[in-house]
Design a protein around this ligand. Structure first.
Ligand code: AMP
Length: 354
């Protein structure tokens, strides 16, 4: 299995593949990256190095990726030689926030109101229509809250646009959500579908901090979230694991009846941090599920093993490793990163209560 990207997601894909008796070959930049440490082979080169990409393609049966910003040219070059799963369509629809939201809207899936912002003039017009608060996001290369800025009453719209470097942007209406949830689902080569229970996510400084499964939400809303994920997978003719991040919006009407709905925020065409709980908390992990899907195996059971809580170890939080290693029932995962920089995901710990 060829994996583009050498981070912790690639590492956990490689470890799941090894458990199934499959070998991983990572395409990365440095030999000490987390995935390279646990893979049978690595090609260390740039995304544009066609000779290296050709050697890599020759050495594997199927190619996957652990991050969605794989350059389109790299994906196309590899697709001409070996199956790339998930395919180019998934990358195309998810690398650009405007394309992604338009794709969702065309499927009839609820999103925040949004508008294309090519320049400061367009921004001023759309802020008038969408209202404030609103969030201005760069269309490409944003993650963990980077490349986005909140527009409140009185904030300077021109300055906000300039602060994002004048890059093409999308403006989104602010969704007044109760909590953030996600569905990690999978589609097999034969079109079969399986999803883990909806989980809920808490962020700190825009970085995922805690995931709990199951999410607190009505069963019908959870079923709706699953159905949305299934429709997205089918529309992309997808093979592999996907994560769909959603806002849970709850309103209580005049007669006191609570109504819930989900609004999709973002799609990640890959395994996802909010699915790490499945390693210890489900019958099949998201990583094994991804490997099964792209290798053309039957999908595994996504059944949850109990009440699950996953906490990320960010930066110096990883210094708690010895206490966590001593705690009965705490499942500790460390990613083999040499240096604990602030904001860097160093590992996670999962606790499962039956
Ligand atoms: P994103 O990079 O799109 O995942 O956004 C990062 C975080 O910003 C999300 O996890 C939300 O907490 C918040 N956020 C993003 N978009 C919106 C929105 N339209 N309404 C409310 N909060 C948002």
């Amino acid at each position: 299995i060829g994996v583009l990207g050498g981070g912790q997601l690639g590492r956990m894909i490689a470890m799941a593949a090894a458990r199934l008796g499959l070998k991983t070959h990572v395409f990365a930049h440095h030999a000490d990256e987390p995935a390279c440490q646990v893979s049978a082979a690595a090609t260390l080169a740039e995304w544009t190095d066609e000779a290296a990409l050709a050697r890599f393609a020759d050495a594997v049966d199927v190619v996957t990726y652990e991050f969605e910003n794989v350059p389109a040219a790299t994906a196309a070059f590899l697709s001409a030689r070996k199956p790339v799963r998930p395919g180019a369509l998934a990358l195309e629809k998810t690398q650009d926030r405007l394309t992604e939201k338009t794709f969702l809207r065309d499927l009839g899936i609820p999103t925040a109101p949004f508008a294309d912002v090519a320049d400061a003039g367009a921004l001023a017009r759309h802020v008038g229509q969408i209202g404030r608060p609103a969030i201005l996001k760069t269309r490409r290369f944003g993650y963990d809250g980077k490349g986005q800025i909140m527009l409140r009453e009185g904030s300077d719209v021109g300055a906000a646009f300039r602060s994002l470097g004048g890059a093409p942007c999308i403006l989104e209406g602010f969704v007044n959500f109760e909590r953030e949830v996600s569905v990690v689902g999978a589609r097999g080569l034969d079109g079969s579908f399986a999803a883990f229970d909806v989980c809920e996510n808490e962020h700190e400084n825009h970085i995922l901090s805690v995931t709990r499964a199951p999410a607190h939400m009505a069963p019908e809303t959870a079923a709706e979230a699953m159905d949305i994920t299934h429709r997205i997978l089918d529309a992309l003719d997808y093979v592999g694991v996907i994560a769909v991040e959603m806002f849970l919006v709850a309103e209580t009407d005049a007669s006191g009846v609570r109504r819930e709905r989900v609004v999709v925020n973002e799609i990640a065409p890959r395994v996802h941090n909010s699915g790490h709980w499945t390693i210890d908390g489900a019958e099949t992990s998201q990583f094994e599920q991804h490997v099964r899907a792209i290798a053309g195996w039957p999908l595994g059971s996504p059944r949850r093993r109990g009440q699950v809580e996953m906490r990320n170890l960010i930066g110096e939080q990883a210094d708690q490793w010895a206490a966590l290693a001593a705690e009965p029932g705490a499942c500790l995962h460390l990613y083999g990163k040499a240096e604990a920089r602030p904001g860097r995901k160093m590992g996670h710990v999962t606790r499962v209560k039956p």
